[in-house]
Write a protein that binds this ligand. Structure first.
Ligand SMILES: NC(=O)c1ccc[n+]([C@@H]2O[C@H](COP(=O)([O-])OP(=O)(O)OC[C@H]3O[C@@H](n4cnc5c(N)ncnc54)[C@H](O)[C@@H]3O)[C@@H](O)[C@H]2O)c1
Length: 259
């Protein structure tokens, strides 16, 4: 079995925080060259400095994934500086906490722009190059909201369902060109994004009632799943969604305290 990713070039969007940062670190630990693309300049600087200080090959670029032109420039810069891109993990994303009846057009459009179009812009730009070269692998970070609904997260869930349709379609288009693309669907992961809406007490209630494994995911556990899908160990896996959710999407009623 070949998990070896050494010497390959990875792009990680949203790579400066949370799951993306864990992917950047894990890819560097596998001796991949890593390009961290994120719109948070301070976080990009910190992530890049950390990886470079540890002796890894890393390029940090401040990029807004909603802007096609800045994405195209960044992808060209990565190839000029690190070489041909072998792998993409698209982690950049935002969330919300608004009931449908209170949601504005602007909030809906922002969610779609970042979580949906922001996956398309990057996958298209890198996909063109991978298809032309005849190899490459991509992972898009979805969510358990790729599988089902979520109270006060209708726009978020709509975008996360949408990326699965995008990934399935791109997998069909790119399969014969040797380019694979899959979704990793995390459950509740302990990141800055989760912490914007979960205090410890809320987290405990969610875990008690919904997560068979009874704990939050560590970001590194999401990174492990992404690296597996990028590696040749997953050479016949494309167009699928891998839930990394501690069992969250396995059933309906999770705890005998609710019966
Ligand atoms: N944390 C969870 O529980 C959880 C669960 C399921 C799915 N996810 C998904 O995982 C991904 C990462 O989330 P996280 O929890 O690590 O969040 P995070 O906020 O820690 O990291 C997200 C990163 O994306 C960047 N980003 C946001 N908008 C961007 C844009 N327009 N252009 C470029 N970069 C942008 C942010 O600056 C940030 O560094 C998201 O797609 C999220 O939907 C997270």
């Amino acid at each position: 079995m070949n998990f070896d990713l050494q010497g390959r070039v990875a792009v990680v969007t949203g790579g400066a925080s949370g799951i993306g940062l864990a992917v950047s670190r894990a890819a560097a630990d596998q001796d991949m060259a890593v390009a961290v693309l994120d719109n948070n300049a301070q976080a990009v600087e910190a992530a890049t400095a950390e990886l470079q200080d540890r002796g890894f090959k890393c390029l940090g670029l401040v990029v807004d994934v909603t802007e096609s032109e800045s994405v195209a420039r960044a992808v060209a810069d990565v190839e000029a500086s690190l070489g041909s891109i072998d792998a993409l993990v698209a982690c950049a994303g935002i969330s919300q906490n608004t009931p449908v009846v209170d949601m504005s057009d602007e909030e809906w459009d922002r969610l779609v722009a970042v979580n949906q179009r922001g996956v398309f812009t990057v996958a298209r730009e890198i996909g063109r190059r991978m298809v032309a070269r005849g190899s490459g692998a991509m992972v898009v970070i979805g969510s358990t909201d790729t599988i089902g609904g979520h109270i006060n997260h209708a726009a978020y869930a709509a975008t996360k369902h949408a990326v699965a349709g995008f990934v399935q379609s791109a997998a069909i288009e790119w399969g014969r060109a040797g380019v694979r693309i899959n979704v990793v669907a995390p459950g509740a992961v302990d990141t800055p994004l989760l912490r914007t809406k979960f205090d410890d007490e809320t987290a405990q209630r969610v875990l008690l009632y919904n997560v068979p494994m009874g704990r939050l995911s560590r970001p590194a556990e999401q990174a492990n799943a992404s690296l597996f899908l990028l590696s040749d160990a997953a050479s016949y896996v494309t167009g699928t969604t891998l839930c990394v959710d501690g069992g969250l999407t396995t059933g309906f009623f999770y705890n005998d305290q609710v019966h």
